[in-house]
Design a protein around this ligand. Structure first.
Ligand SMILES: [Fe+2]
Length: 208
């Protein structure tokens, strides 16, 4: 049954996080094409990408899909979609391992391995945005969504937040940045602007 009479859930944080993964995959592909895959900055960018993806999917699996599953109990088609989300997360593991191996050994097919990652993760995020987010909007409450976001914040912790926020706002246009930061407490915006962005930029992840 649809949840009635509540403000729509704001998915800005989800779209912003997915866009950061897409941006990093473009940077990885560009670095490989330019023969820069072995540089320390590309290694750092890849390590951070893997960490952010691990956090994102771990918390979706532990604190989002189970809440949605409880909300759609008795709706087999919707439950099937949630099974697909978990299965797609699992399908990514060998694809990530393949890029890891390709980077470590600088294999001649590294560009193909990266293209496969772009395809598999890109398809998954598109699927999540086109089907899972509308289902969450339909079946869940803002309380469910806030609980998921709380779990995400706990998993990142203060140290993680200091990297996650500037990683998201890196190259964001003004509209997307505002949509993302408007969902955050005011002190976070100040910390990001004054401290976190400058520390993050000094790392020159991906060599940019
Ligand atoms: Fe997601």
């Amino acid at each position: 049954m649809a949840v009635a009479q509540q403000a729509p859930i704001n998915f800005a944080v989800m779209y912003a996080t997915h866009d950061a993964f897409r941006r990093d995959m473009r940077r990885l592909a560009a670095a490989v094409a330019a023969g820069r895959s072995q540089s320390p900055e590309v290694r750092d960018g890849w390590a951070n990408f893997k960490h952010q993806l691990h956090v994102h999917h771990t918390v979706e699996d532990s604190d989002l899909w189970p809440r949605v599953a409880a909300a759609v109990a008795g709706r087999p088609a919707d439950q099937k979609l949630l099974d697909e989300m978990e299965a797609e997360h699992a399908q990514l593991d060998p694809v990530l391992a393949s890029v890891d191996d390709g980077l470590a050994r600088n294999t001649p097919d590294l560009a193909d391995r990266v293209a496969e990652l772009i395809r598999v993760l890109g398809d998954h995020m598109k699927h999540e945005e086109s089907e899972a987010l509308p289902l969450i909007q339909d079946a869940c409450t803002t309380k469910d969504w806030d609980a998921f976001r709380g779990a995400m914040a706990r998993k990142q912790g203060p140290k993680g937040a200091a990297v996650y926020f500037p990683w998201i706002t890196d190259e964001q246009n003004d509209t997307d940045r505002k949509a993302f930061l408007d969902t955050m407490p005011a002190p976070v915006k100040v910390l990001n602007k004054l401290f976190w962005e400058s520390s993050y930029k000094k790392r020159h992840l991906w060599g940019v």
